[in-house]
Design a protein around this ligand. Structure first.
Ligand code: FES
Length: 58
């Protein structure tokens, strides 16, 4: 695996991101205080967008 971020697609489920990454919001601001491993919702059902809250499994 290369250095940097790794993105693992769960099917069904989120995109799990680990490694060295930053996330910016819709205004381009860096989101601070994120966990070192995050899950980005791919299904659109999460109530905590852009993060997965497990709703994809319902
Ligand atoms: S992928 Fe998990 S709630 Fe959307």
């Amino acid at each position: 695996m290369a250095d940097g971020a790794n993105i693992q697609i769960k099917d069904p489920g989120p995109a799990v991101i680990s490694g060295d990454f930053t996330v910016t919001d819709a205004d381009g601001n860096v989101m601070e205080g994120l966990n070192p491993i995050i899950a980005i919702c791919r299904c659109g059902k999460s109530q905590t967008q852009p993060f997965c809250d497990g709703s994809h499994s319902k």
